[in-house]
Write a protein that binds this ligand. Structure first.
Ligand code: NIG
Ligand code: FE
Length: 390
């Protein structure tokens, strides 16, 4: 095996408290050695680093684990600039806007959808994302949902079936018929291409009973539940997600004390998506309340053309620190190890021997600069499975 050593790392976030200081397992004057098998072989103080075949001098800058973006909607066509403009002059966001993207997505060819996906993935990678989850949800027919998942599956193993994004326009007068389709023929066509099943549990989308039926049907076909919960209003989504053992409840903007307690006492990760609150001018989710209750918090972009058209994890970190009462350390953890937890992955989100060699070099002495210097392109090199990709 051929090995590469990154040396002279001023500050290395490992996310393993056994390897360094505090919950981030911070190591100063560090080195990381990884192999061409794509995994990390050694992590520790630079002075003790074993010899490697090739070297990269970090020149005192910071290295962090690659970002794990555990929630995005990237199989779509078109954009919603006009809707965003209207919102910024006072209109409010509603689930109905999804229909605009459904029409554009259905009209697009497979090649157009894939090219758009790849363009956004490249954009995310340049900002340090090395793992991403993405969903269907802008097709809403059996064929359009299945093709969205097929296209996504060619680019990531973290694929989510979201036939239950809204009731398809074709079923406007028959929501029960649409739920039957989503849990029947559409599920059969989609399950082979997906790992996860999701539902938008919200006024204007699916209520608690419908969401339960959808997630339960998916689980019976081997898909693991996750849920869009409590985004635009209070509702049953979070409690339902916890009850069904969902890997993650996403958004968590409007939470009762009982919702917070349920998340605090469960394995369900609370995935916060501050790009959505930014872009819809909504109230911020309160990360502090969740953390203080013992919940595991992940941060993610929710990248989609309607409610959150950002692919930037650094931007989400800056918002979480400024507006959601997270410390820079907590936000960095949530954007890396937290995302890995939300995807039930143990091979990513940390810089530890045996983990995937997904590493980001920042043009800064510390990860704190991601929040301290918002909007500045600090990501200066990215390794994905040991291969330099940026
Ligand atoms: O996560 N909440 C539901 N789905 C997306 C929005 C999709 C859209 O507006 O196109 C979200 O915010
Ligand atoms: Fe979403």
């Amino acid at each position: 095996m051929s090995t590469t050593a990154i040396t002279h790392i001023g500050s290395l976030v490992t996310n393993d408290p056994a390897l360094g200081e505090g919950p981030l397992g911070l190591v100063r004057d560090a080195a990381v050695v990884f192999g061409d098998d794509g995994t990390i072989a050694w992590v520790g103080p630079a002075a003790q680093a074993p010899a490697a075949d090739a070297g990269f001098d970090a020149q005192g800058r910071a290295v962090i684990p690659g970002f794990v973006d555990s929630h995005s909607h990237l199989v779509f066509a078109g954009d919603r600039t006009a809707e965003f403009n209207a919102r910024m002059s006072g209109h409010s966001y509603s689930a109905g806007g999804i229909r605009t993207t459904v029409a554009a997505t259905r009209a697009a060819t497979d090649a157009e959808l894939e090219a758009n996906l790849v363009r956004h993935l490249d954009e995310a990678r340049r900002q340090g994302t090395t793992t991403f989850e993405t969903k269907s949800g802008y097709g809403l027919t059996v064929a359009d949902e299945a093709r969205a998942l097929r296209i996504a599956a060619a680019h990531t193993e973290e694929v989510t079936y979201l036939g239950a994004h809204i009731v398809a326009p074709d079923f406007a007068d028959d929501p029960a018929g649409y739920v039957a389709l989503v849990t029947g023929e559409m599920l059969d066509a989609c399950a082979p291409h997906a790992r996860w099943i999701d539902v938008f549990c919200e006024k204007g989308a699916f209520d608690g009973d419908q969401a339960r039926a959808i997630l339960t049907a998916g689980r019976a076909k081997g898909l693991i539940p996750r849920i869009h919960a409590n985004q635009l209003s209070f509702g049953p989504g979070v409690q339902l997600g916890v009850e069904l053992g969902a890997a993650s409840a996403d958004h968590c903007t409007h939470l009762t004390d009982a919702d917070v307690d349920a998340l605090g006492q469960s394995e369900t990760v609370a995935t916060l998506l501050p790009g959505a609150e930014f872009s819809t001018r909504a109230q911020w989710p309160d990360a502090r309340r969740l953390l203080d209750a013992g919940a595991t918090v992940a941060l993610s972009t929710d990248c989609n053309p309607g409610s959150s058209y950002t692919s930037s994890m650094p931007f989400c970190i800056a918002l979480a620190v400024r507006d959601m009462r997270m410390t820079p350390d907590e936000a960095l953890w949530s954007a890396t190890a937290g995302g890995a937890r939300a995807l039930r992955r143990t091979d990513i989100g940390t810089v530890t021997p045996g983990a995937r060699a997904d590493l980001v070099l920042l043009d800064a002495p510390s990860h704190v600069h991601l929040a301290y210097r918002p909007g500045v392109p600090l990501v200066s090199a990215v390794w994905q499975k040991g291969e330099r990709v940026v």
